[in-house]
Design a protein around this ligand. Structure first.
Ligand code: KIV
Length: 271
């Protein structure tokens, strides 16, 4: 088995490195991270990207949704993560209502980058107005389509998105529009594997899946789900990597290797 421990160079990865990985057909591994100790561990294993997700509202703060997360929370946790990383690319989430207008988005994103040390910010939905405004200010942006947890009160439940043809077609249109507006990465969450495959092959930017099948350019999981230490039930698309592993580092290594070798997700973890 190949061993992917690409942490032999300590130069921080850039968005162009991630784009080159897509070009070369190398899968991108990503985990959420919220503190310095896990950041150092994930980075040491060689995981390519860390997302300081607003999932911290649920797994760190104990809320039912991501909505109560404040910008200062993401700034604080991004600083903790960036203090300890040496190589992994750092993306930080813009929380609910911090990008209601393009100007708000720019003010919020500048805090994540200047105070938190994020290299890119992520926002949910086809917010073309915000993406092009941010990119014009020199702020790298990651889009997020499919299941949008910040819209849970409109969605009603955390369910698979894009099963209907019209919805799938719209998602592809939105993905292309985000890329056209300058997004450098796209996360697709909880969508049928065939749709995510289509989006990944039509976009030139890397597409990172979560619950989106094995054919995305990379994978992300919520760290506490894959370590099976969350307080809420692990989603079907996630996998417990700790059982059978000798320790936390081995579990993260197993995830990283499985992503690199396209061994995760399997059908069991896809729709
Ligand atoms: O907040 C988060 O952790 C995320 C991932 C689930 C993609 O957005």
């Amino acid at each position: 088995m190949n061993s992917y421990s690409s942490n032999d160079t300590l130069k921080p990865l850039s968005i162009t490195d991630l784009a080159a990985m897509k070009q070369q057909g190398e899968k991108i591994s990503c985990l959420t991270a919220y503190d310095a100790s896990f950041s150092a561990l994930i980075d040491r294993v060689g995981v390519d990207m860390m997302l300081v997700g607003d999932s911290l509202g649920m797994v760190i703060q104990g809320h039912d949704t991501t909505l109560p997360v404040a910008l200062r929370d993401i700034v604080y946790h991004t600083r903790c993560v960036s203090n300890a990383r040496r190589r992994a690319f750092i993306v930080a989430d813009l929380p609910f209502m911090t990008y209601a207008t393009p100007l708000m988005a720019a003010k919020s994103a500048s805090k994540l980058m200047q105070l938190g040390g994020a290299q890119m910010v992520k926002l949910e939905g086809a917010r073309i107005d915000c993406v092009s405004f941010l990119v014009n200010q020199g702020i790298p942006v990651c889009g997020h389509l499919g299941l949008l947890p910040q819209s849970i009160n409109q969605l009603g439940s955390y369910k698979v998105q894009g099963r209907e043809q019209a919805e799938a077609d719209q998602m592809l249109v939105d993905a292309l529009a985000l890329q056209q507006a300058g997004a450098g990465l796209l996360v697709v969450e909880c969508v049928p594997a065939s749709l995510a495959k289509d989006i990944s092959s039509q976009l030139t930017i890397p597409v990172i899946g979560i619950g989106a099948g094995v054919d995305c350019d990379g994978q992300v999981l919520v760290l506490y789900d894959m370590l099976n230490i969350g307080t809420i039930k692990r989603p079907r698309f996630s996998k417990d990597f700790i059982s059978g592993a000798a320790n936390i580092e081995a579990a993260i290594q197993a995830y990283h290797q499985a992503v690199k070798l396209s061994l995760f997700p399997t059908d069991e973890h896809s729709y």
